[in-house]
Design a binder for this molecule. Structure first.
Ligand code: ACO
Length: 273
C-alpha cells in the first residue's frame, strides 16, 4: 500500500459483494482530503467489475465516520485559500455524488459514530443498516456551523421536518434503534449481527436483474423532484431504456418462467437469471 493510500480505505470482494471500509480508525474515520481522493479511486475500481453485484460501505473500529476531518479538511485546506477549499469540497462532494448514482446497489453498514458530513455517504447509499449501539448526530451546531455540504438537504429529504430540525438545532445523539424508528436507516440490529444481516441484504440484491436494479434505484431518487405527470412519463421511458440495456431480456424471461414454465412466483422471489 502506497503512502497516499495508507489510512484511508480498504476493501475486499467476496461472493459478489464489495466490502469497502473507511479505514482510519485512530481518527474515527474522519474524512480527510486523502481519504476522499482514495475513496473516489476505490469506487472507480469497483463500479464495473463483473464480480461485484453490490457494494457495502462500513467503518473500521468504533466509528462509521466522524464526519469531515476538522483539521485536514477544514483548517488545512482553508489555509490554502479559496482554491484549496473548493478542491477539497469537489473531492468529497464528488465521491458522494458518484455513490448516489452508483451502478451497483449500495448499503451503508453503520457500525458506530456517524457525524455531520458522514450523513452525505449515508444518504448516498441506497439502503442503510446500523447496529443498535451506533450513534448519529449533527454536531455542526456544537462547533458553530450549519450542516453544510448537502447535509441539511439530506436530513430534510430523509426525515420529517420536526426530526430534521431537532437534530440540526440540538446536535443531540440518537442511537441505532432511534435512527431506525426515524427512518434514517432501514434497520437496526445488535452489533454482533450487523455483518451477517448486511450480507443477507446484499445477497437479496445479487438475486435480482442487475440492469433493472440500476434503473429502479435511479428512479426512486429522481421522481421525488417531479410532478406526477413528469414521473409517469419518465418511468415509461426509463423502463423502455432498461429493456434496451438488458441484453438478457430479463423482463420477458421473468414473465416466461412464471406464466409458461411455472417455475417461480414473482410475488415471492426473483426469477432465475
Ligand atoms: N476531525 C478530525 N479529527 C477527528 C475527528 C474529526 N471529525 N473525529 C475524531 N478525530 C480525531 C481526534 O482528534 C483524535 O485525534 P488524536 O488521537 O490525534 O487526539 C482521534 O480522532 C480520536 O478521537 P477521540 O475524540 O479521542 O475519540 P472518542 O472515541 O473519545 O470520541 C468522537 C469519538 C465522539 C467521534 C469524537 O472524536 C468527536 O466528537 N469527533 C468529532 C465529531 C464531529 O463533530 N465531526 C464533524 C461533523 S461536522 C462535519 O462533518 C462538517
Amino acid at each position: 500500500m502506497s503512502e497516499e493510500q495508507a489510512e484511508t480505505v480498504t476493501y475486499t470482494v467476496e461472493n459478489g459483494v464489495a466490502w469497502v471500509y473507511f479505514s482510519r480508525p485512530a481518527k474515527r474515520n474522519a474524512m480527510s482530503p486523502k481519504l476522499n481522493r482514495r475513496m473516489m479511486e476505490v469506487l472507480d475500481e469497483l463500479e464495473y467489475r463483473d464480480d461485484v453485484g453490490a457494494l457495502v460501505l462500513g467503518g473500521e473500529g468504533t466509528a462509521w465516520s466522524a464526519g469531515m476531518d476538522l483539521k485536514e479538511y477544514f483548517r488545512e485546506t482553508e489555509a490554502n485559500g479559496l482554491r484549496g477549499i473548493r478542491k477539497s469540497q469537489s473531492e468529497s462532494y464528488g465521491w458522494f455524488r458518484r455513490l448516489r448514482w452508483y451502478q451497483k446497489p449500495t448499503i451503508a453498514m453503520v457500525n458506530g459514530w456517524c457525524f455531520g458530513g458522514g450523513f452525505g455517504p449515508l444518504f448516498a447509499c441506497d439502503l442503510a443498516i446500523c447496529s443498535d449501539d451506533a450513534k448519529f448526530g449533527l454536531s455542526e451546531i456544537n462547533w458553530g456551523i450549519l450542516p453544510g455540504g448537502g447535509v441539511t438537504k439530506v436530513v430534510v429529504d430523509l426525515l420529517p421536518m420536526r426530526d430534521a430540525m431537532w437534530l440540526t438545532l440540538t446536535g443531540d445523539l440518537i442511537d441505532g434503534k432511534q435512527a431506525s424508528a426515524m427512518r434514517l436507516v432501514n434497520e437496526s440490529v445488535p452489533a454482533d449481527q450487523l455483518k451477517a444481516r448486511t450480507a443477507e441484504i446484499a445477497n437479496m440484491m445479487l438475486e435480482k436483474n442487475p440492469v433493472t436494479l440500476k434503473f429502479a434505484k435511479d428512479a426512486v431518487r429522481r421522481v421525488g423532484l417531479m410532478t406526477y405527470d413528469e414521473a409517469e412519463d419518465y418511468l415509461v421511458r426509463m423502463q423502455e431504456a432498461c429493456n434496451f440495456h438488458d441484453k438478457t431480456e430479463g423482463r420477458k424471461e421473468g414473465i416466461r418462467q412464471f406464466i409458461d414454465e411455472k417455475s417461480y412466483k414473482p410475488g415471492l422471489g426473483a426469477y432465475d437469471k
